[in-house]
Design a protein around this ligand. Structure first.
Ligand SMILES: Cc1ncc(C[n+]2csc(CCOP(=O)(O)OP(=O)(O)O)c2C)c(N)n1
Length: 660
């Protein structure tokens, strides 16, 4: 017989019955959804947790209002415990207009942030890094709140899982990591997923406690989670809980799960979590046959009624939507020139200093940022703002960007430094799937800045040469700026720090030591505006970032040969100021795009396509791209120099266009 141990022994009769009701609700709801799926009335994938009710309900039951829960594709029951209503869950399932995401997102990918239930996304382990970021925000604000992050045992093999757990352990954050080991990751059994005896053993690798609980015993799950929550709340750091349980149905609705051995299934069915909870309640005199039947019937009636209601709710009507939150405050126009001469790197540093001085929510996070980062941009800031706001983190780009997303959602204003664009790939899942899609999916604003040194680091050859534009620009919801001067570096980084959206600041390494005048006062430059870096009338050259200086050089050369070149410096790459490009092409009727980052399928190609689409009749000459060869950047100085088009390449293109 089950005994209520530890914290579970403190639960009142009302709480115990609430726990039981939540389990029954979960089971009846999911059985109904499976039936609807069979009848073809439910589109999209649905991942039943039938058999996991004790873990689904017991673990989440340990949280308090104000705590957050980051769940996974199978966690509908836990979300209901956190406060998602049956109505919201079903409107989401049917993708209805009145649903939490108004049909833009739906199915099991649902979150109700104001109730502390984070958005569920596809890439495993879903919300782990984001929940870690909430915990970081709780710790920075010295709030006694806790984040819980849950996933299946299969997801614990993912790199992001390890990054997130290590990050939280190193920082001793108030997180409880839970893993529901339901024996299978889709069709793969435990022995194909990990080699340890238990998932909880992984905790030892991170220096945090790991506990195995009977995942079919709701009270064991609750008691252990409650203890871990209290431990986290007291500042003692994370715990990993493995709830060992069994998924009684397929991986998703429609999966017959015939990869499960019948004997194994039967042995688990004999330990059904609802039956065990009933046994406990009966032994305490809290449940009899009549009460059990009443609860079952009233739950089924509620679900039936709500399902019928939800099915009949209006469908969303297609309409244009923005992927960006609108900034509420107004932006002062930037000052006109003047100021001391500063390097590009120092201008960035001043923007960081000013923004941190202005707004205590702003904090910097990255590898070695206390020391100044590899290019010295964050130098000495720790002396002024302390280690809580200049946060060194382990080498874990996915966890860092995911955690920054979580912290941003929690009301902080993170500015993350990735040491080079080469390392941004590791974080793309978080940047695109967690930060970029968030406003579209849930309407939540993500005020996140990611600073990325980009392009060839001299002498590094193929290995530190990437620019991130082509990997970032196709994804809606991300803003991208590429300042080309020290003044733009300060103004655009300041604007990024005040933006309610994720902004990636692309900082060409070739520009860090370049100098220019930078206004002394704090100011912003508008995100979304291009500038005419040099006016001209014969040929338009479109460039950005590190290409701008050599385009200006080429324009100067060309003017000596009676060719007047207009150089458009895009400054913002997402969203692009197409109006300025089109107006220039209308004037010059000739366009060369200089893309030193991607000779194939890059922004240069996009500019050409757009101008061909929209300004075709303004053109008097073919569209030209000036690009490097389609190889990585070579190492030897002579090869490296020959690789980039530089001023000579641009000049050649411009003169050829002018003579067309
Ligand atoms: C990074 C990633 N790879 C693959 C998938 C596809 N996928 C979705 S669920 C799943 C199995 C997950 O198993 P587990 O983590 O044990 O959770 P469970 O489904 O058993 O609850 C897989 C492979 C994914 N969502 N994310």
């Amino acid at each position: 017989m089950i005994e209520a141990k530890g914290h579970a022994a403190e639960l009142s009769e009302a709480q115990l019955l609430a726990l039981y009701r939540a389990m029954v609700l979960g089971r009846v709801l999911e059985e109904s959804l499976l039936l609807m799926h069979e009848e073809g009335k439910l589109r999209g994938r649905f991942y039943p947790a039938i058999g996991q009710e004790a873990a689904q309900v017991g673990l989440a039951f340990a949280l308090e209002p104000g705590d957050v829960y980051g769940g996974t594709h199978r966690d509908l029951m836990s979300l209901l415990v956190r406060g998602l209503t049956l109505e919201e869950a079903l409107l989401s399932m049917f993708g209805k207009a009145a649903g939490p995401a108004e049909g833009r997102d739906g199915g099991v990918c649902v979150g109700v942030p104001e109730k502390g239930a984070l958005m569920v996304a596809a890439a495993l382990p879903d919300a782990y890094p984001v929940a870690v970021g909430w915990a970081l925000a709780f710790a920075q604000r010295a709030e006694d709140k806790v984040a819980m992050a849950n996933c299946g045992e299969g997801a614990t093999a993912a790199g992001t899982w390890h990054e997130a757990v290590n990050f939280a352990a190193v920082k001793q954050l108030p997180v409880v990591f839970t893993v529901q080991n339901n024996q299978f990751a889709y069709s793969t059994p435990n022995e194909g997923e990990f080699r340890l005896g238990n998932i909880a053993d992984r905790a030892g690798g991170y220096g945090i406690p790991g506990v195995v609980v009977d995942g079919n015993d709701a009270l064991d799950c609750y008691a252990t989670a409650r203890q871990a929550v209290e431990r986290a709340r007291s500042g003692a750091g994370p715990t990993l809980i493995e709830a060992v349980t069994f998924r009684q149905r397929g991986h998703h609705a429609g999966d017959p799960a015939d990869y499960v051995d019948n004997k194994e299934r039967e042995s688990w069915l004999a330990r059904d979590p609802i039956g065990r909870m009933e046994e406990f309640l009966r032994s305490r005199g809290m449940l009899d046959d009549t009460a059990r039947a009443d609860i079952g019937e009233s739950t089924a009636a509620d679900i039936g009624k709500t399902l019928r209601w939800a099915e009949q709710q209006p469908e969303p009507v297609p309409h244009p939507v923005s992927v960006f939150a609108v900034r509420a405050d107004t932006r002062a126009p930037p000052p006109i020139g003047g100021g001391p001469r500063l390097t590009y790197g120092e201008a960035l540093r001043r923007a960081l200093d000013e923004e941190m001085g202005r707004d205590e929510r702003v904090f910097i996070m990255g590898q070695d940022v206390r020391m100044g980062g590899p290019f010295g941009v964050t130098k000495n800031l720790v002396d002024t703002y302390g280690a809580t706001r200049v946060v060194d983190v382990p080498i874990a780009e996915a966890a860092m960007v995911g955690a920054a997303t979580g912290a941003a959602l929690a009301g902080r204003r993170p500015i993350v430094e990735v040491q080079h664009a080469e390392f941004l790939f590791a974080a793309l899942g978080q940047l695109i799937g967690q930060a970029g899609r968030r406003f579209f999916a849930t309407g939540e604003s993500v005020p996140l800045v990611v600073r990325v040194p980009a392009g060839a680091v001299p002498g590094s050859g193929p290995h530190l040469s990437l620019s991130p534009e082509a990997m970032l620009l196709p994804h809606p919801g991300l803003m991208v700026v590429a300042p080309s001067t020290p003044a733009a570096a300060k103004g655009l980084l300041a604007a990024a720090a005040r933006e309610p959206n994720p902004v990636i600041v692309v900082e060409p390494v070739s520009l860090y030591e370049t100098e220019g005048t930078v206004p002394e006062e704090a100011y912003e430059m508008a995100i979304g505006g291009a500038r005419i870096a040099r006016p001209g009338s014969d040929v338009t050259v479109v460039a950005w970032g590190g290409a701008v200086p050599f385009c200006l050089e080429a324009a100067e050369e060309a003017s000596g040969r009676d060719v007047s070149v207009e150089v458009i410096d895009l400054l913002t790459l997402a969203p692009i100021d197409w109006g300025t490009v089109a107006a220039s092409v209308k004037k010059t009727a000739r366009l060369a795009v200089v893309d030193e980052t991607a000779p194939f399928a890059g922004l240069g190609a996009e500019v050409v396509a757009r101008v061909a689409d929209e300004s075709f009749w303004d053109l008097d000459a073919p569209l030209v791209r000036v690009v490097p060869p389609f190889t990585p950047v070579p190492y030897a100085p002579k090869l490296e120099q020959a690789y980039q088009p530089r001023a000579a390449g641009v000049l050649k293109a411009v003169l050829s266009l002018a003579s067309t």
